[in-house]
Design a protein around this ligand. Sequence first.
Ligand code: UDP
Length: 561
Amino acid sequence: QAVFQSDIGALLEQVGTGKESLSFMKRRMRRMAAQWASAARRLDDRLRSFWREQKRILVHVGFLTEESGDVFSPKVLKGGPLGEMVQWADILTALHVLGHDLKISFSLKELHGFLGVPPGRGSCPLTGPLPFDLIYTDYHGLQQMKQHMGLSLRKHKCHIRVIDTFGTEPAYNHEEYAILHGFRTNWGYWNLHGQQYMTMFPHTPDNSFMGFVAEELNETEKQNIQRNKVNNMAVVYGKEANMWKGKEKFLAILHRYMDIHGTVYYETQRPPEVPAFVKNHGLLPQQELQQLLRQAKLFIGFGFPYEGPAPLEAIANGCIFLQPKFNPPHSSLNHDFFRGKPTSRKVSSQHPYAEQYIGRPHVITIDFNNSEEFDATIREIMRINVEPFLPYEYTCEGMLERVHAYIQNQDFCSPEDPFPPLNSSWLSSPFVLLPNSSILTWASNGSSYASWPPLSALHLLASLEGESCVEACQGAELICEPALYRFINIKEAFSALELQCDGVESQMNHLFPAFSAEHAECGLQQDPLLFSCAGSSAKYQRLCPCRDYRIGQVALCRDCL
Ligand code: UDP
């Protein structure tokens, strides 16, 4: 049985010393310790009746190992990316607080020690059983494990979880398919289960959503913040000078109305990209950045960095986040930053999560090239009042709840239950046609098919032609759930949706199961690894397994806890 642990002393010791990245994580852990502790108490009260199995967990942070070049640590104090560090600090804290038996490795030597593989070059298969139930790592760590565990990695890979900031779609993850169909990248094709990749934001439901946390405020703090807001104070998102390049026009308009603050790193000289009228504080410690955000009315992004933690922190501190809409959306097809990343996701703005999951009044997403709209929006922002806001899934309690649910329920090791028997009574009862819609609800009819999320959460839906299952489910205020694909990958699902099949074929195609109206052809998925919520084609109406979700915790269905 796992027991919640509020004291983080042992965790801090395990993280160790010697690198700026580790010091950054430890400062964050200390600063947030009280929040984690009170979240743990609340969750503990709610989960009292559940048996929580204590797992043996290894966390191997590949990108911080010397062997991967560790380009991050030297940049911690120089404005380099900190989002990853924030996320790893929070993952480690969540696993520790949940009370699991945790081992942490930041080097190959430590990795070898924990896995019991002899050190040295070349691949040394792990002969005994894996001494862990779960291994959290990243793409660098995965590569290192492959080099040093050799073939035994394949045997143990169902235990692995890959922390993957931007996500990996199934078409890129499936080695053979990626090679045959142009989805090759430097990262993909590990043939993992899509939900073994865990992302920073709920990007594609094909992956699991790990996330991180932002600071929460109590009611008194919220009131104080609102009282002390400076209506004409803006903070610019971007701690590296090159993020300000070419933004003079927007800065000039903004400066007509507001005092502008920045936190751009510099060594001795003020970076020329930052105009003289900007008050540049230099890179601030996290805590001081929070203080600045508490005063500011506006936090403004100019398009880069993509999808970082800072906008959530700003919104949590009562700022309005103003950001550019991307039209056309940025993706691996048209933008250098995403090129080579194992996803075709279309990024509709600098921070699509803020745009889609939070929205107005906290988040305003506009076309920055329209100067009049930009100008009018700044004036609007100065007029309106907003309260500090943090989605539940980014609170400590929300993250603990989600990670707990994943740890206790996700299982990629057991062979999946044989598919439920196909017979006519099974078909007539589980499908219930909702009036006036093409949505079908598949009641679990008391069956005991082991599934998480449970089968009772499933809503079957056909997408429009050209629409992905991500979009189709969203349109019905549901979310696509890849774990439920196996239940709808049957020809009877087409007839239940009144799609008439002249022929049925089974193929490796990341869009299947799908219906081609032109040929009245029904396509079933041949390889479960290719079940994918992402992906669309004008030729197909896709079959989509949607599910409900908890408000503020999109990773979990209503009956998932
Ligand atoms: N941050 C900071 N000092 C600053 C600016 C940012 O400590 O002057 C922190 C911020 O609190 C956030 C983290 O850097 O948690 C990552 O920020 P960002 O959203 O810029 O993402 P990144 O591009 O670094 O991954």
